[in-house]
Design a protein around this ligand. Structure first.
Ligand code: NAI
Length: 284
């Protein structure tokens, strides 16, 4: 049984809102900090829409309003002082995250509290060493959409205490109902380190004229039982995100298989980002 009751989330974008939602649905008390009142309003709308959807599908215990009542959305980080876990889900920017972890270190009172980042590509060690308690800092990496996908990657740095990882495991596998895998603090962790080079290979295959986008995707769906093909998946993730993760993998390992193909770079330059922009390898 996890002893964690009071959770903090920083950032209420795509991931932060999902993380806040699963915590509140688990009955935990959640404080979410956004950077401005306007961003907090946008975060609240995101949460309300998702919870109403879950309610209408009969997936909630209680009502959307019951769950929302467990979430406070604020703009002042000091509201995190009494939290037992804080999950950071702000923009993927090392300087911004470093500045935030310094502030969290000063604000969160419980020396045993877990200070976690949901980062996909920034080394956890960079965040641990700017605090006075690197033993308590780790990665807890959720997957989008957080209320749907069960996996969580647990990422201790070289300085994280083993007890911190074990408490995080009880928290994500207990109240949150997720399934955890253990990863080292290396770019891409397990899932992206395998998935991104696969997606990049499909982009290279398409770029070379070897096969059409539709045939590449149909091949993997019908021939390998993937739920969707790699190019449709790239459109769903967002081509800017695929490129950013590829670059962090390449930066870390210097392996050609992680290098972003020129077509991917040009598409991002052109604003063809996939579903979110209406056009990527497909039109939406
Ligand atoms: P997003 O851009 O949707 O949300 C970021 C939010 O953080 C925004 O609402 C912004 O207003 C807020 N924010 C920025 N600076 C802040 C600060 N100093 N204090 C409080 N709030 C602040 O980004 P998204 O996609 O939710 O990503 C967040 C993190 O999750 C990143 O580290 C990303 O690498 C990671 N991640 C993203 C996944 C995805 O599929 N998008 C999957 C897994 C991890």
């Amino acid at each position: 049984m996890s002893e964690i009751q009071r959770v903090g989330v920083v950032g209420c974008g795509l991931m932060g809102a999902g993380i806040a939602e699963v915590n509140a649905r688990a009955g935990l008390d959640v404080v979410v900090v956004e950077s401005s009142a306007a961003a907090a309003d946008a975060g609240r709308s995101r949460l309300e829409a998702s919870l109403k959807r879950a309610e209408s599908k009969g997936k909630l215990t209680g009502t959307a309003d019951d769950v929302l009542a467990r979430i406070s959305l604020v703009t002042d980080l000091d509201a995190l002082a009494d939290r037992q876990v804080v999950v950071e889900a702000i923009v993927e920017d090392e300087d911004a995250k470093v500045a935030l972890f310094k502030r969290l270190d000063a604000i969160v009172a419980d020396p045993q509290a877990i200070l976690a980042s949901n980062t996909s590509s920034i080394p956890i060690m960079k965040l641990g060493v700017v605090t006075s308690r690197p033993t308590q800092v780790m990665g807890i990496h959720f997957f989008n959409p957080v209320p749907v996908l069960r996996l969580v990657e647990l990422v201790p740095s070289l300085l994280t205490a083993p007890e911190t990882t074990e408490r995080a495991r009880s928290y994500v596998e207990g109240p949150l109902g997720k399934s955890a895998i253990d990863c080292q603090d290396r770019a891409g962790f397990v899932v992206n380190a395998l998935l991104i080079p696969f997606v990049l290979s499909a982009i290279r295959m398409f770029e070379s004229g070897f096969a059409s986008a539709e045939d590449i995707d149909r091949g993997l769906v019908l021939g390998a039982a993937h739920p969707q093909g790699p190019l449709a998946l790239a459109d769903l993730i967002g081509l800017d995100t695929v490129k950013a993760v590829a670059e962090s993998l390449y930066e870390e390992f210097k392996e050609p298989l992680y290098a972003a193909p020129p077509l991917l770079a040009r598409m991002v330059d052109a604003g063809l980002l996939g579903r979110k922009s209406g056009r990527g390898f497909y039109r939406y």
